[in-house]
Design a protein around this ligand. Structure first.
Ligand code: SF4
Length: 496
């Protein structure tokens, strides 16, 4: 039975208009997922805080499903985690198991009906599924499931995975067998947290493109937590145990945690953009915080491209660690030159024309007395379309900067992502159509330098083959079907 807080079966999705104070000029993260098995805890509240820590991974919608024995409760809606959930809402989500999700839409449009967790009824009870990533074989998968008589409520690939599992369960399999059969039908990127009345499941695709970590709670009877990033463990006082491995499924019940390696040829292809930009700097990957990795990117950038200047600064917040690293190796003084309004985010109110024209100052305001007459090095993590970079450079020059040299702590983004990161189609990526000199001219800098691909991977200290870096190379670790390719790889298709 589903309790009254469930919203997943809405027939008339609300089409919300939203705008940002300026168009985001960064790839947008797809989703954050969280799950907990802890009968003696307030699981909904802990999930709320886990999602709160993962808010950077998706700001369009949020949802939590809880399992109280056989009964499922679910609340999800458009908006930030703090807007979707009130204390009273959380009190109406009792149970021993919880699954949570924050969403930025990649497959499926931005409607309330597409908010997750996806909830499906099976012969063993309901399942609630939270997905981070993107399938690349959705067209074939949907056809196959429709052939088997399955119906869909939403337009998301996440619902397809949930339907595929439910179909296998209804065919007689238990949760683990059903899930493994369903995963074998999926191709692409998927880190999943799945709640059932019997236990909590965590899964990564065979390439482990999106992250998923396991944490523990309690000293006596150990309880387990699953999350996209370790920052979501820290906020609830859970200890990081380990990553879910590529092609691994963990199954958490009253008896503890069991592991199944279900993929035939697992590989390690973690999204390098998680390391450079998406994941929070205080999250741990490869035994260190991403802040430390990003400082090292700055070291490498300084080794590869020194320029004489008075001040090195980062584009807040994501460019700051690499700017500090650049300063440490180059000896150029580090300082702040742009102050970020930390309370700017998505708004449902249209800004005025005058506000639009003031552009970047809505979000970043330059420190005139710091910049006046100075030769500035500004460090950013990436350039996608180049629109924000141009505004930043103009703001620095208007504030009196004598020279502006831009350093990027990753290589040029030349290819779109198909694995759950919302990058533009290829023709919108400035580096896909213009040389570095042309980009420098377009954004108005004196010089522009990117970090080398080799340097970016060397700074990880890991095997360079253990990352997906397809948006810099076009070398996609999971084959992209032609019809999907055509949607974004516009230049390659034109060439081919
Ligand atoms: S294509 Fe780029 S953004 Fe997408 S998974 Fe690979 S490295 Fe990450």
């Amino acid at each position: 039975m589903i309790a009254n807080r469930s919203h997943y079966s809405e027939e008339h999705p609300i089409h919300q208009q939203h705008c940002t104070l300026e168009l985001p000029d960064k790839p947008e993260e797809a989703c954050g997922v969280f799950g907990i098995y802890a009968p003696e805890k307030e699981v909904a509240k802990l999930t709320y805080f886990g999602l709160y820590a993962l808010q950077h991974r998706g700001q369009e919608s949020a949802g939590i499903a809880t399992f109280d024995q056989d009964q499922i409760y679910c609340h999800k809606d458009m908006g930030l985690v703090s807007q979707v959930f009130k204390e009273t809402t959380l009190c109406e989500l009792p149970g021993q198991i919880a699954v949570g999700h924050t969403r930025y839409s990649t497959t499926g449009s931005s409607h309330k009906v597409n908010a997750q967790p996806a909830v499906i009824k099976t012969r063993l009870g309901h399942l609630a599924l939270a997905h981070n990533g993107n399938l690349v074989n959705t067209i074939d998968l949907r056809k196959e499931l429709e052939k088997r008589g399955c119906d869909f409520v939403t337009t998301t690939d996440s619902e397809m995975i949930a339907v595929a599992i439910a179909q296998e369960v209804d065919g007689g399999k238990d949760w683990q067998q059903a899930a493994i059969s369903a995963f074998k039908m999926c191709s692409g990127a998927y880190s999943l947290v799945i709640g059932t009345p019997q236990g909590l499941m965590g899964v990564r695709d065979p390439n482990g493109i999106r992250p998923l970590v396991i944490g523990t709670l309690n000293k006596g009877t150990i309880r387990y937590v699953l999350a996209s990033e370790t920052c979501a463990l820290d906020i609830i006082g859970a200890e990081y145990l380990r990553d879910v491995e590529p092609g691994e499924m963990v199954w958490i019940t009253q008896e503890g945690l069991s592991s199944f390696h279900w993929a035939q040829k697992p590989a390690r292809k973690l999204c390098i953009f998680e390391m450079i930009y998406f994941a929070r700097p205080d999250s741990i990957m490869h035994d260190e915080t991403l802040y430390t990795y990003r400082v090292r990117l700055g070291h490498q950038l300084a080794k590869e491209s020194y320029v004489d200047a008075d001040l090195v600064m980062g584009v807040p917040d994501s460019g700051i660690p690499a700017a500090i690293g650049y300063s440490q190796v180059s000896g150029v003084a580090y300082g702040e030159g742009l102050i970020k309004n930390r309370y700017v985010g998505r708004t449902f109110i249209e800004p005025t024309q005058q506000m639009r024209e003031s552009g970047i100052k809505m979000k970043l305001n330059p420190l005139k007395d710091v910049l006046q007459g100075k030769r500035i090095i500004i460090v950013d993590d990436s350039i996608v379309r180049g629109t924000t970079s141009r505004k930043i450079v103009k703001a620095l020059r208007d504030a009196g900067a004598k020279e502006v040299h831009m350093k990027i702590s990753s290589p040029p983004v030349t290819h779109p992502c198909f694995y759950g990161i919302d990058t533009d189609s290829q023709d919108q990526l400035i580096a896909a159509t213009k040389s570095t000199e042309e980009i420098a001219q377009q954004i108005g800098v004196d010089t522009l330098t990117y970090l080398s691909w080799e340097g970016m991977l060397k700074a990880t200290g890991e095997d360079p083959n253990s990352f997906c870096s397809a948006c810099f190379t076009g070398d996609y670790p999971v084959t992209i079907p032609d019809q999907v390719k055509r949607s974004k790889l516009i230049l390659e298709t034109a060439k081919g």
